[in-house]
Design a protein around this ligand. Sequence first.
Ligand code: ATP
Length: 243
Amino acid sequence: MNVSSTTISEPAFGETLLSAQGLHLSFGLTHALRGIDFEIAHGERVAIMGPSGSGKSTLLHVLAGVLTPDEGEVRYGKTVVSGLGEADRARLRLSDFGFVFQFGQLIPDLSAIDNVSIPLLLAGMSRKRALGQARAWLDQLRVADHASKLPTQLSGGQAQCVAIARALVTAPKVLFADEPTGALDSLVAESVMETLTDVTHANRTTLVIVTHDARTASYTDREIVVRDGRVSSGYTDRQPARR
Ligand SMILES: Nc1ncnc2c1ncn2[C@@H]1O[C@H](COP(=O)(O)OP(=O)(O)OP(=O)(O)O)[C@@H](O)[C@H]1O
């Protein structure tokens, strides 16, 4: 069972799924986004890169409908996300988007498998079924052996893989990740990125990842570089380090 109710009629693999047009956003006197345009295709894995304070996280939040731009438009399929009210954006995030953060933000008192099953239980799935699906995702993320451990008993990389499993368990169309490897040492970061890009590829999940780390970005299909709230030097297309 897929708990997500698809909000959009899904564009074909490779067609535009998410687009930003003329995005501007200020926080008081800080003009964080100063006119951002790009498109992301269904199934693409994209890294948003740039120096500290350039607007990467703000852009991710606007794309995901957490923040609304002052000017411009975010489209997800045919839906103008930036035109939706707060409640509709919250519904869209729950049904179609998944989120991973720098620190996994697992619930400390719950085992890995219970953490992963939470979104399914909240969506009304039976506990038995939710645990079965959670275990399958832990398996895909290569951490099924650690299912019964508490977050404090997991390594940083294992915890991040559990957090990714939790973000994917509802089968989101887009996974947004903000510095998912930022707290990991470089070898562990590579292993997490390899798993993350393999799993999103296998499930045809579009991946939008904010990172300032070139090695992390190298696992994606394309980089969008942001400087001073603008997309700098167009796009960098390349073959990802791993497929
Ligand atoms: N809630 C907020 N209130 C005020 N200013 C903010 C807020 N969020 C971001 N900013 C400002 O907007 C600009 C862009 O911030 P943002 O967090 O998007 O940058 P970033 O590229 O993600 O930085 P980092 O790599 O350091 O996380 C910065 O000048 C920041 O101080």
